[in-house]
Design a protein around this ligand. Structure first.
Ligand code: ZN
Length: 689
């Protein structure tokens, strides 16, 4: 999305902004959909207001400022008294300044403020005659609204009959709770419709829709009550003179749902400081509420104060909306990742174009399950509405379908488990790896047997699946106690391959400690970290004896990683014990271990590459020909050096084999020393033997 500048440069930019805002307001009030999220719309209108105050003679007739609902909505049922919107403030300072303005206007200090959540729905007026609900009218342009009485039966919290036979008008907000929104989307997509972008647009669209094949539920929140022309005079007098807080208690007693029935009831407080405190409390609860709020409404509670403050053209002067930071933004869905959980559940996760929401940068959002993706008809490249508040995991509400360009691509679902390669059980909504809890075991054993770890030839993924399914292997150590008979009993396992596999497993027992450690798959460590740890401590006993402080002496392990590694090693203790018992090597060749306390730590035996950073590029030949890149790295580290993948001024040495390209050129440019594989092999000398 383009971001709107805070300042409009000229008349053309101003006209553009007015056109964009008018279009967005029209869409918003028509069906709740909009190309702009609320935050962008607010910023746009503020920029328009700023321009108009500087250039009062250039104000365009269709400017959204100074108009209820941005001038968008229409209707033909006149309101008893105008149904105004509220002005906004966006900070504590702005609120204090506004409150001081009210005090000045009425000539005394307001000592009773009512503070309520601002519900993110649609304002409507509900007319009751002799206690019976007769008519439902939208806000419209504030003076007249649309009759939406057909929606009465969909709305909870607005009784068909009040507890008293009163004639009056209740005003409030209609919205969908999170649960109602989910239901509505399911019903809508089941009938072939596109999912709603968010709860607000779902409520707006559903309220105005007349002949839908499916029914949705919504919830009403009363926030005001006024007399109509037929209200009995004594009741009308009460409604005109009672403080707002007391009126709301009365409304609730009539059977109407209000915020008082929720986790964020209205409160009456005495000072601006107490108002601020209550705003913070409501803001803190926002993420856990089962319905959307986008701010806090503050009103002078006493009728006398309200009358003294009076009304502006589109908003009362005694009430204000304090907007909370936006928790919904529109951004682009750029990818979907498939992650496998501990129980084998395969969960999609959305990758987003980074967007700032509620004070943090959001890059990922949950997508629940594949059916959910299908139901929402999400596509790669879609602009999506993302919701995030407080500590909750960001979630995608829906694609903003009318922003599609036609370049969107379908999301590809995996055909095999992305972790272990097994089949996927798609019979439930939540997809699951066929191996279930064993998925992780299959994947970790495949990794352990890999060329750069224990290098067990003949132990591929399908063989591991067989072993795991037969119950022969439940952890890494079990590989080393497999018997010939057990292997021979497996399908497609002849005598020769059995003997070859047993021999490969036997050889794996002699791998250096660094590879054993790597094969254990300690979280937070990969190949090079495992080598560093092994070289630093030299033996598994020393590694297991190390506490967090001792582990941190290894380069690259900080205070965040060290507790994880210590805890993981403790958890792996039974497996390590079994490996030791099976005769697996637990020492690192050439390493001497950390220096005793009091001496300089980590002084390795001097090697030919001491303190050097080495880059290897191109194909190795001669004595180095058979070595993988990982083995080259091991060799360099064993010789006291550090391996790196990119050439810089800090590179000490570049080993350039056949076909070496840009790295060689860069080394030449920087004057870094270049060696052929043969020269390098000579330099390493007996380390290669
Ligand atoms: Zn799997």
């Amino acid at each position: 999305m383009t971001t709107t500048p805070a300042v409009l440069a000229d008349a053309a930019a101003y006209a553009d902004a007015v056109a964009t805002a008018t279009k967005a307001a029209a869409a918003y009030y028509a069906d709740g959909g909009s190309a702009l999220d609320d935050d962008s719309y607010d910023r746009l209108v503020r920029a328009i207001e700023a321009y108009e105050s500087e250039h009062p003679d250039e104000i365009l007739a269709d400017s959204p400022t100074g108009k209820v609902a941005g001038g968008a909505a229409v209707g033909d049922v006149p309101h008893t008294i105008p149904m105004l919107s509220l002005d906004n403030v966006f900070s504590a300072e702005q609120f204090s300044a506004w409150a001081a303005g009210v005090d000045r206007r009425i000539g005394r200090e307001v000592t009773q403020w009512s503070v309520e959540p601002k519900l993110d729905g649609l304002a409507i007026a509900a007319r009751y005659v002799n206690g019976r609900l007769t008519r439902l009218i939208t806000r419209g342009d504030g003076t007249a609204g649309e009759d939406v009485s057909h929606g009465i039966t969909s709305i909870e919290g607005l009784p068909a009959e009040l507890a008293e036979p009163y004639t009056l008008e209740i005003r409030g907000e209609v919205l969908m709770t999170t649960a109602q929104f989910e239901e509505a989307n399911e019903a809508r997509t089941a009938h072939g419709g596109e999912p709603f972008a968010n709860a607000r647009s779902a409520a707006a669209g559903s309220l105005r829709a007349k002949d839908r094949a499916y029914k949705v539920r919504m919830l009403f929140f009363g926030y005001g009550v006024i007399p109509t022309e037929h209200t009995a005079e004594d009741l009308a007098e009460q409604l005109r003179t009672l403080p707002h807080g007391e009126l709301m208690t009365k409304v609730a007693a009539l059977g109407v749902h209000t915020a008082d029935a929720t986790e964020v009831p209205g409160r009456v407080v005495a000072t601006v400081e107490e108002v601020q405190q209550r705003i913070e409390e409501i803001g803190a609860l926002r993420a856990e509420l089962p319905f959307g709020i986008d701010g806090v409404v503050i009103k002078a509670d006493l009728a006398a104060d309200q009358q003294a403050a009076g009304f502006g053209t589109r908003a009362p002067r005694w009430a204000i909306a304090y907007k909370l930071p936006a928790v919904e933004k529109i951004t682009k869905l750029v990818g979907v990742e498939w992650n496998v959980g501990r129980t084998g559940v395969i969960a999609p996760r959305a990758q987003l174009e980074p967007v700032e929401i509620d004070g943090s940068t959001v890059t990922y959002a949950t997508l629940h399950n594949p059916a959910d993706i299908t139901r929402r008809d999400l596509r790669l490249g879609d602009q999506v509405m993302v919701y995030k508040a407080g500590d909750i995991i960001p979630r995608i509400e829906a694609p903003v379908a009318h922003l599609r360009t036609g370049d969107e691509q379908p999301i590809v679902f995996p055909e095999v488990c992305p972790q272990c390669g097994s089949g996927i059980d798609t019979s439930e909504q939540r997809w699951r790896c066929e191996r279930g809890r064993n998925c992780h075991l299959v994947a970790s054993l495949s990794y352990a047997a890999g060329r750069d770890q224990l290098d067990i030839e003949g132990l591929g993924a399908s063989r591991i699946v067989q072993l795991v399914d037969a119950g022969l292997v439940t952890d890494l150590a079990d590989l080393f106690t497999l018997t010939r008979d057990e292997l021979l009993a497996l399908d497609r396992m002849g005598a020769t391959s059995t003997d070859n596999l047993l021999a490969a497993i036997e050889r794996a027992k002699t791998q250096p400690l660094s590879r054993v450690l790597c094969a254990l798959g300690v979280r937070g460590t990969g190949r090079s970290m495992s080598r560093r740890i092994a070289r630093h401590f030299a033996t598994m006993d020393a590694i297991r004896a190390a506490d967090e402080a001792a582990i941190q002496e290894v380069e690259g392990i900080g205070p965040e990683k060290s507790p994880v590694i210590v805890a993981e090693l403790a958890e792996l203790a039974p497996v390590i014990d079994k490996l030791v018992a099976a005769g697996v090597n637990m020492t690192e060749p050439g390493a001497t271990g950390p220096a005793p306390q009091g001496e300089t730590a980590d002084a390795p035996a001097a090697g030919p590459l001491d303190g050097m950073t080495v880059v290897v590029t191109g194909a190795m030949t001669g004595a180095l020909e058979a070595l993988s890149r990982n083995q080259m790295n091991e060799l360099i580290e064993r010789a006291g050096g550090k391996s790196s993948s990119s050439v810089s001024k800090r590179t000490s040495l570049v080993v350039a084999g056949e076909g070496a390209g840009s790295k060689r050129t860069k080394a030449e440019d920087l004057g870094v020393r270049l060696l052929t594989p043969d020269e390098f092999a000579e330099m390493l000398g007996e380390l290669l033997a």
